[in-house]
Design a protein. Structure first.
Length: 318
């Protein structure tokens, strides 16, 4: 039986606090015996206020972390605070020298990073906080596009539901796909989800007031046309070289990359909000063919057009 310790910190996300008990605690072997013992602790064994405005009183303090094979850290709503003052020192002390694998859910990655456990390693967190995370922890190799990252002894996940994906991955890794599938069926969730969290992220707003803003707006109105970088430069009344240099400086992307991104966003909108056939979506987004749409959508968010539509439209998808 694996020993699992769940660490409840101040402002812990209540939903995430219960996930290890639900998904690891319900895993059983062929003989019906539990495969994990899941216990919850606070740093001092005292009560902890959750983000949902109720207080929990764990049965244990941080001492049980020393007995654990796996330590799970759910997200916290006040995640920047973990780097300040005594809490960061307490975390570092609690996690120091542990042989256990460390698992974070959502903004729990801030906790692991503040304790110095993610430096030089690949990790993920919720896409909404990715830029803030990068500013706080530049030594962490953050990948905001995936649902979870498995670095062997340190595992991190994206938002709430991605915590479920990661916990099922742990069961699959420890005990095989059949056991993980049984756990998933019991909770009526998919044992494995296709793609990454990019499919759920909102498009970033385009910069305003830049020298290429007018051309960007014009391009968005003409996405159905086979636009080239030369077309964009001509609209901006400048050379291709000058336009490309300015565009990259203002957006961080080449004009070609930006065009593909806007076409993907248009396709996602049409797949979510309309019943247009995929062939028509490809044309309206400027990809021309369904093969091109499928290739670029999969490269951007890891799923095919119809799979993406089903994610957002359920049984209405066709």
């Amino acid at each position: 039986m694996y020993e699992v310790a769940v660490l409840a910190l101040p402002s812990v996300i209540g939903f995430e606090l219960g996930l290890p008990h639900k998904f690891l605690g319900s895993a059983v072997g062929a003989d019906g015996r539990p495969l994990y013992r899941v216990r919850t602790a606070s740093l001092d064994g005292g009560p902890v206020r959750t983000s949902a405005e109720y207080t929990v009183l764990p049965d244990h303090d941080a001492a049980i972390l020393r007995e654990a094979d796996t330590v799970v850290i759910p997200g916290v709503s006040d995640h920047p605070a973990v780097r300040r003052g005594e809490l960061a020192d307490e975390l570092a002390a609690a996690l120091a020298g542990l042989d256990a694998r460390l698992v974070s859910i959502c903004t729990g990655a801030f906790v692991l990073a503040a304790a110095g456990r993610l430096d030089g390693r690949r990790a993920t967190t919720h896409w909404m906080y990715a830029e803030h995370f990068r500013r706080l922890f530049p030594r962490v190799e953050l990948d905001p596009d995936v649902l979870y990252v498995d670095e062997g002894d340190v595992l991190t996940s994206a938002g709430n539901a991605a915590g479920i994906d990661l916990l099922l991955h742990l069961v699959r890794r420890d005990h095989g796909a059949a056991v993980a599938a049984r756990v998933a069926r019991r909770s009526v969730v998919a044992p494995w989800r296709e793609g990454g969290q990019s499919q759920f992220a909102e498009p970033l707003p385009e910069p305003r007031g830049s020298s290429t803003a007018a051309t960007q707006a014009w391009a968005l109105e003409h996405l159905t046309e086979p636009l080239t970088v030369a077309d964009l430069a001509a609209h901006a009344r400048t050379s291709v070289r000058t336009f490309t240099r300015r565009f990259r400086r203002e957006t961080g992307q080449s004009p070609a990359q930006w065009l593909i991104g806007r076409r993907v966003e248009r396709a996602r909108q049409l797949l979510e909000e309309t019943d247009l056939p995929v062939e028509r979506v490809a044309a309206e987004a400027g990809f021309g063919t369904t093969a091109s749409l499928r290739q670029h959508l999969h490269a951007a968010i890891g799923v095919a057009p119809l799979a993406y539509r089903r994610t957002y439209r359920g049984d209405r998808a066709g």
